[in-house]
Design a binder for this molecule. Sequence first.
Ligand code: LRH
Ligand code: MN
Ligand code: MN
Length: 392
Amino acid sequence: MTTFSDISDRLGDLAIEVPSWAYGNSGTRFKVFGTPGTPRTVEEKVADAAAVHRFTGLAPTVALHIPWDVVDDFGTLSAYAKEQGVALGTINSNTFQDDDYKLGALTHTDPRVRQKAIDHHLACIDVMNRTGSRDLKIWLAEGTNYPGQGDMRARQDRLAEGLRTIYDQLSEDQRLVLEYKFFEPAFYHTDVPDWGTSYVHVAALGDRAKVCLDTGHHAPGTNIEFIVAQLLRLGKLGSFDFNSRFYADDDLIVGAADPFQLFRIMVEVIRGGGFGHQADGTPNDVALMLDQCHNIEDKIPGQIRSVLNVQEMTARALLLDTDALDEARSAGDVLLANEVFMDAFYTDVRRDLAAWREERGLPGDPMRAYLDSGYQQQIEADRVGGSQAGWN
Ligand code: LRH
Ligand code: MN
Ligand code: MN
């Protein structure tokens, strides 16, 4: 039997990176609702991310998206983040909002467009050098809409070449993580549609290239925890973009649609050695990030709820009695194995987590503490005309 006190130290290893774009206004292609208090500047996004960390102790880093988060001096932004109590994390590139990229960026037939996309990534590496970020995250909106439109195979070759040029510019302590997505904005074929394709590319690049798994980027019914197990087995799971989905790339609060799936994912992360520290103290290299938008709810409490959901499911996953599970599996006892698994999932850890937070000087109920803090009222009064996610 594993008890809460057995896992309390390991829980302290949990760190979740929050995305700057979660704090901006967002919506669907039908309507973007403005939310009072929305940040007007990158600094205000960082300040809001820092608030999430102050109330939860769970979100020490914030990811940036370039060019959404461009500032004059990233060194100054880094120093500002530090003053606020957080650090700048993953740098996300963006080759999906420029007319030149309509038919592809790294895969485009025109060498001028390919070079432009490469140069953008090199500029992102310059940003990383200023911010001290470890990861360059690449998601490519590339593909075709109609059979016959493009030479799918030649596009893979051009992609491999572009990624190689970018990867070679990273320093020894930087990584490239390649995110896949099975559809959208291209609908007939996507150049990096699945973990296998991402794996093929990162395996060819080298040790510091890994796969990024965005939980919203799979067909309904996909067994995501199997992908987690496989990538960890291959040493190629670099990071997660966590969110929840009912239909497609919904980007809703992680753990909201299917907390059991989040639990199953965290079980495999822990099982595969992707959580916490290795025996010699080196941190494991699976980065847990959120990739979410808060379209109808307030953004900061939306983010607080998200990191708490990850913490709750991580605690339950750590509680899994792996000895009992191994025994049941070895004995071929299907129902007992399932029962042991479900016991961990059904364990209500909320009171224990509240006490755990209080022991560490954090509010037992971060959601309530945030609402009572006056921060929301303050930003609503101070900030007028906040910007849409990504569009400053
Ligand atoms: C693409 C994606 C990718 C982008 C982000 C804004 O759907 O998941 O990670 O960078 O959304
Ligand atoms: Mn993503
Ligand atoms: Mn997405």
